[in-house]
Design a protein around this ligand. Structure first.
Ligand code: HEM
Ligand code: HEM
Length: 187
């Protein structure tokens, strides 16, 4: 372990973590069911506040995740805890999959919109009506990206639930400071 390491994540990593967790949860709650039907009926998604917020928060998740990954490259070493090999592996794997989902969710959403030629509609009246670089690419045909995106949205919430339960298990039963490491407080 790096002698500089502290038993807590630095403040910026904590802020990124909790802000992302809140934004992902709200975006999930606003996940637009029946989106395909609405588009089929000719509804302009810009007139649906739930869709506009969902897409804006989702894009915010992408921005936060890219900034956060940049910070991970430069930040002080993350705290390390004594734990069994399999538990350490499970924790590492869980984090990697969460990181991948945080990136895959916005990407699959853009693929879903671009391949069906639906507009991206964000807060402040920002909209992108066509994404020809997606519509014209072979990747658009590879899958029903709306279904893939919805499935990944459900998956991140399940995984985040297991991840949160694991953190609480560490706190209550193992009493090893893993949860405290992500909570604000003195180092
Ligand atoms: C953390 C980020 C996100 C989460 C957790 C998330 C979650 C979800 C979920 C669970 C659904 C399915 C809802 C249902 O069928 O009831 C959904 C649908 C959708 N989301 Fe997201 N989403 C995220 C980011 C985004 C972004 C960035 C955009 C736009 C750029 C977006 C656009 C859409 C659209 C258009 C649908 C409807 C897809 C379809 O049915 O064809 N989402 N989202
Ligand atoms: C959508 C919700 C969540 C997502 C996407 C998420 C994602 C992540 C990621 C990517 C990391 C690695 C952080 C880094 O290296 O900077 C992490 C760490 C952590 N998360 Fe979450 N998290 C979520 C919710 C929660 C909740 C609700 C709790 C607690 C109840 C929690 C507790 C922790 C703890 C304690 C760590 C540090 C674990 C360690 O160092 O082994 N997370 N989380």
């Amino acid at each position: 372990m790096n002698p500089q390491a502290t038993p807590r994540y630095d403040r910026l990593s904590q802020a990124f973590h909790w802000l992302t967790a809140i934004v992902v949860t709200i975006a999930f709650i606003l996940g637009p069911g029946g989106f395909g039907r609405l588009m089929h009926e000719g509804v302009d998604p810009a007139t649906r506040i739930d869709i506009v917020w969902h897409e804006s928060l989702g894009i915010l998740v992408l921005v936060l995740t890219l900034l956060r990954l940049l910070w991970v490259a430069f930040r002080p070493a993350a705290p390390q805890f004594e734990m069994s090999g399999p538990m350490h592996m499970a924790s590492k794997l869980g984090h990697i999959v969460l990181w991948l989902l945080l990136l895959a969710l916005p990407v699959t959403a853009l693929l879903a919109l671009g391949s069906e030629d639906h507009p991206l509609t964000l807060l402040g009246g920002v909209r992108v009506d066509h994404m020809p670089w997606i519509a014209d690419s072979a990747i658009a045909e590879l899958a029903d990206w709306g279904d893939v995106h919805g499935f990944l949205g459900d998956t991140i919430m399940w995984l985040a639930g297991v991840h949160a339960a694991a953190a609480i298990f560490h706190h209550v039963f193992l009493k090893d400071g893993v949860l405290r490491a992500m909570l604000p407080g003195r180092k």
